[in-house]
Design a protein around this ligand. Structure first.
Ligand code: FES
Ligand code: FES
Length: 137
């Protein structure tokens, strides 16, 4: 339908003109993760406010398909102003809602990669887990 065409256009727009793509000078944390089905990686860089809890700015780097890139781009906007605790609660439904289209089981790892990387990066930053690399399950 028309609604889903609009969302597809939005995904393509974020793919072609990614928001907040690139390095940031002094991130509070950066984390990289891989989609094991294709080998594409995304790095998420997060700068926190002085409270060490509220997200001031998010950027990402790395390459992948339209869904993964659009998801990272949209997430980078979505996360601004959120707390790390709020980031931690984001689930797969939140990601598909953000993308606005149904994602096939084949592509769900593409869609959730950036969110998983951001969450693992935050958990490492908070000292909750010690992992070196994220791969989406
Ligand atoms: Fe459709 Fe990559 S998102 S081919
Ligand atoms: Fe690699 Fe989607 S095909 S992230």
């Amino acid at each position: 339908g028309l609604g889903s065409d609009m969302y597809r256009q939005q995904i393509l727009d974020h793919y072609k003109n990614p928001r907040n793509k690139g390095e940031i000078p002094d991130p509070d944390f950066s984390h990289t993760g891989e989609n094991p089905s294709c080998g594409d990686t995304i790095t998420v860089n997060v700068q926190l406010k002085d409270d060490n809890e509220t997200i001031e700015y998010v950027s990402f780097t790395g390459d992948g398909c339209a869904i993964s890139q659009a998801s990272a781009s949209m997430l980078s906007e979505h996360l601004q102003g959120m707390t790390l605790e709020e980031l931690d609660t984001l689930d797969t439904d939140d990601v598909t809602e953000m993308l606005g289209v149904d994602i096939s089981p084949m592509r769900i790892k593409c869609a959730v990669l950036a969110r998983q990387v951001a969450q693992d990066g935050a958990a490492i930053h908070d000292g909750e887990i010690a992992i070196e690399a994220t791969t989406v399950e």
